[in-house]
Write a protein that binds this ligand. Structure first.
Ligand SMILES: Cc1ncc(COP(=O)(O)O)c(C=O)c1O
Length: 409
C-alpha cells in the first residue's frame, strides 16, 4: 500500500511508523520536540549504507558517484520544497547550527550603534547566540513583545524596526505557544530599512506550505527531525546574494577551491558552507521525508493538524482550573498547545500524563525569557502531527482529569 492510499487517515498512516508497532497505546503528543520517522526515511538511509556507502564529491568510482548523486538529489528536492535553488540550500546538523552559522558570519560584522530586532518568544537557539555575540560586538538586541492574545505585537515591531536595524530574526511558529508570526509583513518592514530577515521555521516546516519567495525572507532555518527526517540534519536557506556576501562558517575539506601555504579560496555555493564530510545518510533520509510530506500534501497536513488543535483547544478550555497559554482557536495557529493546570508544576503534570501513556513535554521549552515575561515556571505542551487523531485528544483530556483529581485542582 502506498502512502497516497492512506491520505491523512492517522490510524492507517501509523503503519508507516514502526514506533507504533512496537509501543502499544502510544499517545505521542510531542512531535514539536521530534517527530516519528516513517519507513520510507529509514529505507532511504539503509539503502545508502547497503548500496553506495562511500564519501561524496571526491571518488570517481561508481559507489561514490552514486552517493554524491543521492545526496545532491536530496538537496535539489529540499530546495524545490522551499521554492529555492539548490545553491541556496545549505545542509547543516539542525536549526541550531543553521542559526549559529548566521550569527557567526552575519553578526560578526555588526558593532556599536547597530540593532538586531527579535521577539520575546524565540527558542534559545535563536536567542542565546545573538545575546552572546551582542556582548562581544557591542550591538543592541531589541525585543518585540506580545499582545494579550499571545500574538506578536506588530505595533511594537513597527516602532522598533528602524534605520539602526541590521537584522530582524523571528520564529515562524512559536514552539512554546503556537503563535504564528506575520513573516511576509515583517519582510516588508525589514527590507524598507535595508535590513535582513531571518526566519526560524523549525516549527512550521512540514506543517504548512513554506515558500521562501512568498515569505520574502533572506534566510530560513529548520531541522530535519521535526519533519519526519533523521536527527542531526538541518537546512539553512539563504538568498544567493546574501550567502555570497558572507564569509565561511567552518573551515576544512570540501569548502575550498584552492589552498596554498599562504591563502585559501572558497568553493562555490552551497559547498562553501559545508566543511567536512556531511551526514550523507541523513540528508538522503531528509529527501525521503520531503517525498513523504509531498505525498500527503502540506495543505492537508495543515488542515488535519488545525482541526485536531482546535478540537483539543475546545475540550481543554472546558476543564476548570486549566489555562491555555497561547492564541485562541480562532487564530491561525501552529500544532502546539501549551497549558497550565492550577499551580501544578509542569514537571509533576507531565509525569502523571506519562504514567497514563500520554507523551507530552513540560517545562520552559527552551524559551526562558518568554516564561519569565509570562511569570510562569513553565507549561505543559501537547503537539500534533499526521499520526494523531481524536482518540489522542481524548486520552490527553482523560489524563488531565486524572491529574486534576490527584493534585486537587
Ligand atoms: C522554534 C525552534 N527553533 C529552533 C529549535 C532548535 O532545533 P534543534 O534542536 O533541532 O536544532 C527548536 C527545537 O525545539 C524550535 O522549536
Amino acid at each position: 500500500m502506498t502512502v497516497a492510499d492512506k491520505r491523512l487517515n492517522p490510524s492507517r498512516l501509523r503503519r508507516d511508523f514502526p514506533m507504533y508497532a512496537r509501543r502499544r497505546n502510544f499517545v505521542y503528543l510531542d512531535s514539536a520536540a521530534s517527530s516519528q520517522t516513517p519507513l520510507a526515511v529509514l529505507k532511504a538511509m539503509n539503502d545508502f549504507y547497503g548500496q553506495c556507502r562511500a564519501n561524496i564529491h571526491r571518488g570517481m568510482y561508481s559507489a561514490s558517484l552514486e552517493a554524491t548523486n543521492r545526496y545532491e538529489a536530496a538537496r535539489a528536492k529540499i530546495a524545490a520544497f522551499l521554492n529555492a535553488a539548490p545553491d541556496e540550500t545549505i545542509m547543516t546538523r539542525g536549526a541550531t547550527e543553521s542559526l549559529n552559522l548566521l550569527v557567526q558570519t552575519l553578526a560578526r560584522r555588526l558593532g556599536p550603534g547597530d540593532e538586531v530586532v527579535t521577539t520575546l518568544m524565540e527558542h534559545h537557539s535563536n536567542f542565546v547566540p545573538w545575546q552572546q555575540l551582542a556582548k562581544e560586538r557591542g550591538f543592541t538586541l531589541k525585543f518585540v513583545g506580545l499582545t494579550p492574545d499571545f500574538q506578536m505585537d506588530m505595533a511594537a515591531a513597527r516602532r522598533l524596526i528602524s534605520s539602526k536595524t541590521k537584522v530582524v530574526t523571528v520564529t515562524h511558529v512559536s514552539n512554546a505557544m503556537g503563535t504564528v508570526t506575520p513573516v511576509a509583513e515583517l519582510a516588508k518592514l525589514t527590507h524598507a530599512v535595508g535590513a535582513v530577515l531571518i526566519v526560524d521555521a523549525a516549527q512550521s516546516i512540514g506543517h504548512r506550505p513554506i515558500d521562501v519567495k512568498k515569505l520574502g525572507c533572506d534566510f530560513l532555518a529548520f531541522s530535519g527531525h521535526k519533519m519526519f527526517g533523521p536527527t542531526g540534519t538541518g537546512v539553512l536557506f539563504g538568498r544567493r546574494d546574501r550567502l555570497q556576501a558572507l564569509p565561511p562558517y567552518m573551515y576544512g575539506g570540501d569548502m575550498i577551491s584552492r589552498v596554498t601555504k599562504d591563502k585559501s579560496e572558497w568553493n562555490e555555493l552551497p559547498w562553501k558552507f559545508e566543511a567536512g564530510t556531511p551526514n550523507i545518510a541523513g540528508v538522503i533520509g531528509l529527501g525521503a521525508a520531503i517525498d513523504f510530506i509531498g505525498i500527503l500534501g502540506e495543505k492537508n497536513i495543515h488542515a488535519h493538524e488545525q482541526r485536531l488543535t482546535n478540537l483539543a483547544l475546545g475540550r481543554l478550555s472546558k476543564i476548570k482550573g486549566l489555562r491555555v497559554i497561547g492564541p485562541s482557536a480562532k487564530a491561525d495557529r501552529g500544532a502546539v498547545i501549551s497549558f497550565v493546570l492550577g499551580d501544578v508544576h509542569p514537571h509533576d503534570l507531565t509525569n502523571v500524563l506519562a504514567d497514563a501513556g500520554v507523551c507530552v513535554r513540560g517545562g520552559h521549552h527552551c524559551a526562558m525569557p518568554l516564561m519569565l515575561e509570562l511569570g510562569l515556571a513553565g507549561t505543559t505542551r501537547a503537539s500534533f502531527s499526521v499520526y494523531n487523531d481524536e482518540k489522542d485528544v481524548s486520552a490527553l483530556v482523560a489524563a488531565i482529569q486524572k491529574a486534576k483529581k490527584m493534585f486537587d485542582v
